[in-house]
Design a protein around this ligand. Structure first.
Ligand code: FMN
Length: 201
């Protein structure tokens, strides 16, 4: 069955590992005959700041938000699967991605209904962590991210089966130049496995 994926990318640089992993998932999905809508938040110059037009009105779940927000809601509604690829910054998603959630995953759309608009969709948060497995474990980074993205956001918005997948050791600054290409290929392959676990074919 052909599926439609909303592929959200939150990185300022098109040559980042984040972008390369997202690119690889785009190629894989389209190569398998699926359709993909790439939402590159930086490239589209999304404004992550929540302003009054997009503040929830607890007395009106039918509130019309800004046109930009409604356009993003339509892209979510069109998707069977949502794959969000981002680097972890300070134990959480970049402000750009957090702002997309703040503004678009809004009251009356993502929550506040007996049947949230997300119902039936599959969602994977693919987080790139610079830390080593040991550092991540010692600092409790994965449980912190899981609580925020899976419980606080996904579950609250009617997606109890959403998952947070992690690729760690993504910080390549300290890696010798001649080893980088191998390391990147390894990380891209790891991301493939994590994505297929979270969003099986
Ligand atoms: C502002 C900032 C904060 C970061 N915070 C974390 C963190 O909390 N935990 C972690 O493991 N890595 C952290 N990192 C490292 C990034 O996760 C890492 O550089 C990124 O995943 C590498 O992928 P990229 O080339 O696509 O940016 C941070 C990086 C930046 C720039």
């Amino acid at each position: 069955m052909t599926r439609h994926t909303l592929l959200v990318v939150a990185h300022p640089r098109p040559d980042s590992l984040t972008a390369q992993i997202a690119g690889r998932q785009y190629a894989r999905l389209t190569g398998e005959g699926h359709t993909v809508d790439v939402l590159d938040l930086y490239a589209e110059e999304f404004d992550p700041a929540l302003r009054p037009a997009d503040e929830p009105d607890w007395e009106d779940r039918e509130k019309r938000y800004s046109p930009e927000v409604h356009a993003h809601m339509e892209r979510i509604l069109a998707a069977d699967d949502i794959l969000v690829v981002f680097p972890v910054w300070w134990f959480g998603p970049p402000a750009m991605l957090k702002g997309w959630i703040d503004r678009v995953w809004n009251y009356g759309f993502a929550y506040g209904r007996s049947r949230p608009r997300f119902a039936g969709k599959r969602l994977l948060w693919l987080a790139l962590m610079g830390g080593t497995a040991q550092e991540i474990e010692d600092l409790g980074m994965e449980p912190a991210l899981d609580l925020m993205l899976r419980v606080g956001i996904s579950k609250f918005c009617g997606l109890p089966d959403a998952t947070v997948g992690v690729v760690h050791g993504t910080e390549l600054n300290g890696v010798a130049k001649d080893l980088r290409a191998d390391r990147v290929a390894e990380l891209i392959a790891t991301a493939d496995r994590v994505v297929l676990e979270g969003l099986p074919r």
